[in-house]
Design a protein around this ligand. Sequence first.
Ligand code: FAD
Length: 338
Amino acid sequence: MIETDILIIGAGPTGLFAVFEAGLLRMKCHLIDALPQPGGQCSELYPKKPIYDIPGSPEILAGDLTKNLLKQSEQFQPGFTLGERADTIEKLEDGSFIVRTNKGTEHKAKVIAIAGGLGSFEPRKPPLEGIEKYEDKGVNYFIKNPEIYRDKKVVIAGGGDSALDWSIYLTDIAKEVKLIHRRNEFRGALDSVEKLRELKNEGKIEIITPAEVDALHGAEKLEGITISSKGEEREIVTDHFIPLFGLSPKLGPIANWGLEIENNAIKVNTFDYQTNVPGIYAIGDVNTYPGKLKLILCGFHEATLMCQSAFQHINPGKRNVLKYTTVSGIDGFDGSRK
Ligand code: FAD
């Protein structure tokens, strides 16, 4: 049985930062993640994509952000159960919890912080006949390593941030980039739409709208696609087709833990991000409240307030004076940052 103060379910950016904030208050953390590596969406979905809205980092690759968060938390020596999914929870009489994974590992903790993000990653696939045959043979739903597209012909489909960001990024790497969207307007950030227009004018990308992909072709691997645009069919020779239609959120077993759920997310209050069950918090992409934004920096804020409340839950009546890390908070912890 693994015992800890705060058991964090999900080792994405929110869960990793919670370790640091908990450490400042001298609470130990253990993290469970279904994926074999920490980092959540940042390491699984877009490790090589730059992020521009982390305060103090004008541009950072998602993979580097994960590395930095791990480095920042390592002084507090968190434990990890990786490659296992948290399946069941049980509340004991003393108010603590036991969480079991699908592989039978048991964890006991005074506080549970669910930082499960989107849950398991299920990409929304376009309804194209035989698409499974081309998966990882030209068709990819995520871009993990942009280098595989170097000097290749690539068609991206979608109108959100992911499709726009990757189209822009790949113009520097791929031999040819085409972006297809079924509407004339894109949902992604205005900045990105503007950048795409510039790239189009420079001849670095072809934008085809409104257009839909009708069929995929190729014997052993993808060799081309058929699209229809403005009532006309067109054949496109391509090495890769990357539909970026988002992820369908699946909370998984956590949905059966007796927590209030709304639109696949866990309802919390905005005072301390606690759920309807005292001692169980939900932070990051996994929670919902009026005005919620699914952004990394919002997860950091939620993790910070959650830790302040968890301290009171674990140490009722004990005074916790908020200190700045540069003044005294961290120096007094174990001397490692003097
Ligand atoms: P996640 O990163 O989703 O991590 C949750 C973890 O919980 C996962 O690793 C999952 O395996 C694990 N988990 C879930 N259920 C269980 C379970 N039952 N047992 C064990 N483990 C479980 N945000 C920004 O702020 N800026 C950006 O520029 C930006 N760009 C993005 C680009 C793309 C392509 C995508 C997809 C997202 C982007 N985001 C961006 C959003 C950002 O990635 C998320 O807000 C962030 O990852 C949320 O962090 P999290 O830790 O809450 O959840």
